[in-house]
Design a protein around this ligand. Structure first.
Ligand code: SGN
Ligand code: CA
Length: 531
């Protein structure tokens, strides 16, 4: 061995070390929940703010930036996640409704981050079916997952972990940060909670939270939306008529599960798996509330109000668990001295109705379900306590992550990197309209297929299976209570907006065949054979 070659291996090792240590690109911690509406976050304004539902998420907001006009492209779980993975609209990534399976062989941002030298991990709900690709470590819930003692699919097979799902997923993320990651490389860690998804089963320690207060009611709790918006006549997401008193609200559940399987559905399934201790805590919390309900002998309207209270409290109890998770994750970053170089994001797959318009669930292009939370902290880059009113979408996340990592952004991605906005710039050519398309009808909750455009002020929606249109002026009518589509004074504006919608469809190459099946369904609906 010559003198020179003898020194090569130590030199290579030294350089490798220097390069890795010199890789000071930021880590990304992306916390993503299921069905957490912005108006159930303290950092966003809304009628739930006085309850102070999310002090930890609010701290994140105070240290970073809150996006007030953050929208999804398709307000449903799997599709929203597929858009995030790919940076492409549903018609391009192929996952249009929850019944589809994600093609994991396609280009995704985690794969591109890996190629750029990041290590990646995901824990919690995926809802994309199949084994995740693009992650160095992963454990995902099968399907919707369970709140108590959940199963996970991992590269090694199925495992079951005792505890509440929010805590178990947080434990996995903390373990990753403390023990599993490679400290020489930047990481991108996705923490994807099941909460606060239906059927809103809180952790034992939160079962009595909010017992001594009344949650404020939304102004529109008794709204009859279909008087104005004809598409709403199809829906099945009313607290009054469609929220199950046992399954959704746990009234009168008994531990005699074998005899009561049909009425309790998944609540029953999950409770059957609980430990005796968990069940004891559950019944100790709910039995007195059930007894009070029976003793009150409520009339119909009072029962709707009671259902709203029970639902909103369980929802907010699940939110509390998520908020505590954010607190633990932030603490862990600090303990490991990672907080200064880690970007933290809080978002959820879509918005949600918390009794607004008398509803639960999502799917519509109306504001409550269209809006997603997006809060981001980037120490040293984002000015603490800032807000942005720019229109952003889940379509933008992939490109944002790639730009942060200094990785090339493929031409076929359809969003915009948010990095200029995060740096405090206000590009004059930033988008002033978004495109939306929801494809799941007929299906659970019976929300018709719809596409549309939302500009900074107006919204035009086409329920194309029924060829019905709605048009709203969001400035004068933020609750979308007056459909102006038939109003002649707006005819010119509607024609112009319709053209803008067609232009957006062309821009995003929206050429999916949306006519064939819906036409058949439309006939079936009209003939009354569908329902
Ligand atoms: C389940 C829920 C629905 C919910 C869908 C989609 N019913 O079907 O209420 O709309 O998931 O939610 S349940 O009886 O199973 O809880 S999504 O967030 O996964 O898209
Ligand atoms: Ca969801």
């Amino acid at each position: 061995m010559s003198k020179t070659t003898r020194f090569l291996p130590p030199l290579i090792a030294l350089f490798a070390g220097i390069i890795a240590r010199a890789d000071d690109r930021p880590n990304i911690l992306f916390v993503f929940t299921d069905d957490h509406a912005p108006h159930a976050i303290g950092a966003y304004d809304g009628w739930l703010k006085p309850l102070n539902p999310t002090p930890e998420i609010d701290k994140l907001a105070a240290a970073g930036m809150v996006f007030e006009n953050s929208f999804c492209t398709n307000s449903i779980c799997g599709p929203s996640r597929a858009v995030i993975q790919t940076g492409k609209h549903s018609h391009k990534n192929g996952f249009m409704n929850n019944g589809n399976s994600f093609d994991w062989n396609q280009q995704t941002f985690p794969k591109l981050l890996q190629a750029a030298g990041y290590q990646t991990a995901i824990y919690g709900k995926s809802h994309l079916k199949g084994h995740p690709q693009g992650y160095d470590d992963w454990a995902v819930l099968p399907g919707q997952g369970l709140y108590y003692n959940p199963d996970f699919i991992t590269p090694e097979g199925k495992i079951t972990i005792e505890g509440h799902c929010t805590d178990v997923v947080t434990d996995m993320a903390v373990d990753y940060l403390q023990n599993k990651r490679d400290s020489e490389k930047p990481f991108m860690l996705m923490v994807q909670h099941k909460a606060p998804h239906r059927n809103w089963m809180p952790a034992a320690r939160h079962l009595n939270l909010y017992d001594d207060i009344d949650v404020p009611e939304p102004d529109t709790l008794f709204d009859k939306w279909e008087d104005n918006a004809p598409a709403a006549r199809h829906q099945e997401l009313e607290i009054d008529r469609h929220m199950h008193i046992n399954f959704d609200l746990f009234l009168d559940l008994t531990p005699d599960f074998e005899s009561d399987a049909k009425t309790d559905r998944s609540a029953w399934w999950n409770m059957k798996r609980m430990t005796d201790q968990q069940l004891d805590a559950w019944f100790a919390a709910y039995r007195p509330k059930d007894e009070a309900f029976h003793a009150a002998n409520l009339n119909h309207e009072e029962t709707v109000r009671w259902k709203f209270q029970r639902y909103a409290k369980n929802y907010l109890r699940c939110v509390k668990g998520v908020d505590e998770s954010v607190g633990r994750l932030m603490e862990t970053l600090e303990e490991l001295d990672l907080d200064d170089n880690t970007i933290v994001i809080y978002s959820s797959d879509q918005g949600f109705y918390i009794g607004d318009h008398g509803w639960f669930d999502k799917r519509w292009m109306y504001e409550e379900s269209l809006k997603m939370p997006f809060i981001i902290k980037w120490p040293g880059t984002i000015k603490p306590g800032s807000k942005s009113d720019k229109m952003i979408q889940n379509l933008d996340y992939a490109q944002t992550f790639l730009e942060i990592a200094g990785a090339p952004i493929p031409d076929d991605m359809q969003g915009e990197s948010l990095v200029p906005l995060l740096k405090g710039n206000s590009p004059s050519d930033w988008r002033d309209r978004i495109y939306y398309h929801y494809y799941e009808y007929p299906s659970v909750h019976m929300v018709p297929r719809q596409y549309g455009i939302r500009t900074e002020r107006y919204k035009l929606i086409h329920f194309y299976q029924f060829d019905e249109w709605e048009f709203y002026d969001l400035k004068n009518d933020p609750d979308e209570l007056t459909n102006l589509y038939e109003n002649p004074e707006y005819a010119d504006l509607i024609a112009k907006t319709k053209q803008e919608l067609r232009d957006l469809q062309a821009y995003y190459e929206e050429d999916s065949d949306i006519s064939e099946k819906p036409k058949k369904w439309q006939q079936e609906v009209r003939a009354g054979t569908l329902r």
